[in-house]
Design a binder for this molecule. Structure first.
Ligand code: PLP
Length: 398
C-alpha cells in the first residue's frame, strides 16, 4: 500500500506557520499574545491597488504561464530602477507565480547543483531543498560581521571543492537578521561569485523596506548570474494575495524556460484579478511611493525602539537596517536562564510564549545550531492602518 515518500517523512509545517497557529490557539483560550513570530506585513494594501483588484474582479480566465504581459513589463521596469547600469530588462524575462516561495521551490526543482545558504537564513529554503532531495551547503555568518556573508566565505567554499555547480540564495534586507548589504559589499561578493560561476537567487522581497539610504541589488554588479526575486507580500502588504515575481537575465533563459514548464504542469498561473491589481503596484505611482516611504519611516522607528529595549535588557542585537526583524542573542543572560532550566533558544521561546505570551522563534529554525541562544523577533504586532494614518494623516494618496 502507498506510504510516505522518504523526502517528506518527518517534515513538519513551517516554523513560522506553526508559531502563528499556536499563538492563535492561546488567544482563542483568552490569553494575551504578542505575535512577534510570523513575519506578516501589518500594513493594509494601498487603496489604488485594492481599487484595481475590484475593477478586475470578474477576470476569470487562465493567465499566460509566465504572467500577464502588462505585469511582466511593469516588473521589469520596476527592477530596472534598482539595478540601474547598462543592463536592459524586458518583460520577456519575468516570471510571475503564486508567491515567491513557490518560485523558489520550482527554481530548486529546475537547477542541477548544490544549494548554498548563508546561516541564518529564511526558514523555507532548506526544507524546500530537502523535499527535492537537494544537498544544502551552509555558510555560517557571524554577529560581528552583521550576519553577512564575506567574499572569503564563498571563495573558500568554491576552492575547497572546485568545479561543483552551485546556486546561492542571498536575501537582503534579511529575514531573520534585519541586516542588509551595502553596494560595496555586494560588488565584492559579485566578483567572487562571477569568478566561480555561482548562480545567485537574490531574494529582495524586503527590498523596499530598508530603513536608510537606497536598496541596491547584487544584479547591478553581477547581472548575468543573478535572478531577482520580489513580490507583493511585504512592501505591498499583500502576503495572502500570493503573488511573487522572478526577473531573469537573458543568460539564464534556459532556467526560466524549465521553470515555466514546471509551472505549466503544476499551478498554471497566478489568479487573474491579482495579476491585474499587481500592475498598479509595480507601476509604482506617486501614491505607492508615498505609502512605501511611510512604511519605511514607521518600521525604522519601531525597529530602533525595539532594538533599544533589547539592549537596555542586556540582550545583544545588531541594529536593524531593513525588513521587520531583529535577531537578538541571549548569551549575556545564559546563567540566569540556566537557573530557570532554560538551556537553549528552543526552550527559551517555548517558555516565553507559555509564561509571557511573547511569540518569537529560535535561531535554530533559521539554520543556527540547535541550542543556540538566538531568536528572531518580527516587530509587526501593531495596527498598520492606524500607524499609517497617524504617520501621514489621511489620505495617504496625496
Ligand atoms: N523570502 C523571504 C525572505 C521571506 O521572508 C518570505 C516570506 O516570509 C518569502 C520569501 C515568501 O514570500 P511570498 O509571500 O512571496 O511567498
Amino acid at each position: 500500500r502507498p506510504s510516505l515518500n522518504l523526502q517528506v517523512r518527518g517534515l513538519s509545517p513551517s516554523a513560522t506557520v506553526s508559531i502563528n497557529e499556536r499563538s492563535n490557539e492561546l488567544m482563542a483560550a483568552g490569553r494575551e499574545v504578542f505575535k512577534l513570530g510570523l513575519g506578516q506585513s501589518p500594513f493594509p494594501v494601498p487603496d489604488s491597488v485594492v481599487e484595481a483588484l475590484r475593477a478586475h474582479a470578474a477576470r476569470k480566465e487562465y493567465m499566460p504561464v509566465r504572467g500577464l504581459p502588462a505585469l511582466r513589463e511593469a516588473v521589469a521596469a520596476y527592477h530596472q530602477r534598482s539595478v540601474g547600469g547598462e543592463r536592459e530588462y524586458s518583460g520577456e524575462h519575468v516570471l510571475v507565480g503564486p508567491g515567491s516561495k513557490e518560485l523558489m521551490f520550482i527554481t530548486q526543482l529546475a537547477f542541477y547543483g548544490d544549494l548554498v545558504l548563508p546561516a541564518p537564513a529564511w526558514v523555507s529554503y532548506s526544507p524546500q531543498a530537502r523535499i527535492i532531495g537537494r544537498q544544502v551547503v551552509w555558510l555560517p555568518t557571524r554577529a560581528e560581521d552583521g550576519w553577512k556573508l564575506r567574499p572569503a566565505d564563498i571563495d573558500g567554499l568554491c576552492r575547497r571543492d572546485r568545479g561543483r555547480p552551485r546556486v546561492l540564495i542571498l536575501n537582503y534586507p534579511a529575514n531573520p537578521t534585519g541586516q542588509t548589504y551595502d553596494a560595496d559589499e555586494l560588488a565584492a561578493l559579485a566578483e567572487v561569485l562571477r569568478a566561480h560561476e555561482v548562480l545567485v537567487v537574490s531574494d529582495e522581497i524586503y527590498g523596499e523596506l530598508h530603513h536608510d539610504g537606497d536598496h541596491t541589488s547584487i544584479a547591478r554588479f553581477y547581472p548575468e548570474g543573478t535572478i531577482i526575486s520580489s513580490g507583493l507580500s511585504k512592501w505591498c502588504g499583500a502576503g495572502g494575495w500570493r503573488l511573487g515575481t522572478f526577473l531573469f537575465p537573458r543568460e539564464l533563459e534556459w532556467l526560466q524556460r524549465a521553470m515555466v514548464a514546471v509551472a505549466s504542469e503544476t499551478y498554471t498561473s497566478t489568479s487573474a484579478p491579482i495579476q491585474c491589481a499587481a500592475v498598479t503596484a509595480f507601476a509604482f505611482g506617486r501614491d505607492i511611493a508615498a505609502y512605501v516611504s511611510h512604511e519605511q519611516a514607521i518600521l525604522k522607528a519601531l525597529g530602533a525602539w525595539c532594538h533599544r529595549r533589547l539592549l537596555a535588557g542586556g540582550i545583544a542585537c545588531a541594529a536593524p537596517r531593513g525588513g521587520f526583524y531583529l535577531f537578538p542573542e541571549f548569551h549575556g543572560c545564559a546563567d540566569r536562564l540556566r537557573e530557570r532550566g532554560i538551556a537553549g533558544g528552543e526552550a527559551l521561546c517555548e517558555r516565553l510564549l507559555e509564561e509571557t505570551g511573547v511569540a518569537i522563534l529560535p535561531g535554530s529554525d533559521f539554520g543556527r545550531p540547535y541550542g543556540d541562544l538566538s531568536a528572531r523577533l518580527a516587530y509587526v504586532d501593531f495596527d498598520g492602518a492606524a500607524a499609517l494614518a497617524a504617520h501621514t494623516g489621511p489620505p495617504i494618496d496625496e
